[in-house]
Write a protein that binds this ligand. Structure first.
Ligand SMILES: C[S@@+](CC[C@H](N)C(=O)[O-])C[C@H]1O[C@@H](n2cnc3c(N)ncnc32)[C@H](O)[C@@H]1O
Length: 250
């Protein structure tokens, strides 16, 4: 399978930084309420490691398994983990994806932020069953659901702009429907110097869409209950065993 992040990894960390400003405290809050007190935390599609850093701060004793399929993204992730003594001792970076990653039974949390749309429905269902089987009692699976929730056109919009040194980096996103439950995102990254383009790249990838209600029904089929957490605008979902008391604020 080709890696849609191979060329965009250069820009991903700086472009996603702003999205993490509200996500980080919301994830911290969810993790601080997890009732499971032992076990590792798995970060699926850990990307450049922004989530890993939040997990390590929120749960200072937990080992973290950071699963990331893209070698280019892993380079950024490994650099982030290696540079910080608090991360280096307990974050294990694993090549792999949701389907192939090997994680142990009894994990206290699985985090999959800005990732769920990468999973075709079949892989999503495998994730629900693995969560049902492998979460510790009181453990949670945390993910977010972002627009669009149906296969519709998304007009091109600038999603991020960052200035570093003399250069300005912009990320532009648009999507078109390409199936009954999927869109294809086109991401254009531009690098400008005094307003003139000096670099950049464009990538496209498939993204499977669903509403929170549809995902809740799928999760319920695996014996899990889905609740919302944090500011509704974040689309943060917390999934746990249906027979346990909820920890989310839905
Ligand atoms: C938009 S980035 C988000 C990265 C990180 N979770 C964050 O929020 O900063 C999506 C990440 O998911 C990874 N990914 C893509 N398909 C995946 C799959 N099937 N299983 C796990 N990760 C996947 C990509 O390589 C990429 O690093």
């Amino acid at each position: 399978m080709s890696d849609p992040y191979e060329r965009s990894a250069e820009y991903l960390d700086i472009m996603i930084a702003e999205a993490w400003e509200p996500l980080a405290p919301a994830l911290t809050d969810v993790l601080s309420r997890v009732r499971a007190e032992t076990g590792a935390v798995v970060d699926l599609g850990a990307g450049s490691g922004r989530g890993v850093r939040v997990i390590c701060d929120a749960l200072p004793q937990a080992p973290v398994l950071a699963v990331e399929p893209s070698a280019a993204m892993r380079a950024v992730l490994l650099a982030r983990v290696h540079e910080d003594d608090r991360l280096r001792g307990r974050v294990t970076v694993l090549p792999g994806d949701c389907a192939s990653a090997d994680w142990p039974d009894g994990v206290r949390a699985v985090v999959a932020l800005n990732v769920i749309g990468h999973l075709p429905p079949g892989e999503r269902r495998v994730l629900w069953s693995r969560a049902a089987r492998q979460l510790a009692p009181g453990g949670v699976l945390v993910f977010n659901v972002t627009r669009p929730y149906a296969p519709v056109e998304v007009e091109r919009v600038r999603m991020a702009r960052v200035v570093i040194g003399e250069l300005e980096y912009e990320g532009w996103a648009s999507a078109r429907p390409t199936g009954p439950d999927e869109v294809t995102w086109r991401m254009d990254y531009r690098v400008l110097r005094r307003g003139e383009p000096v670099g950049g790249t464009s990538v496209q990838y498939r993204w499977w869409v669903a509403t929170v209600e549809e995902l809740a029904a799928e999760a319920a089929g695996a014996g899990l209950r889905l609740g919302a957490a944090g500011d509704p605008g974040l689309g943060l979902c917390v999934v746990e065993h249906a027979k346990e008391a909820p920890t989310s604020n839905s």
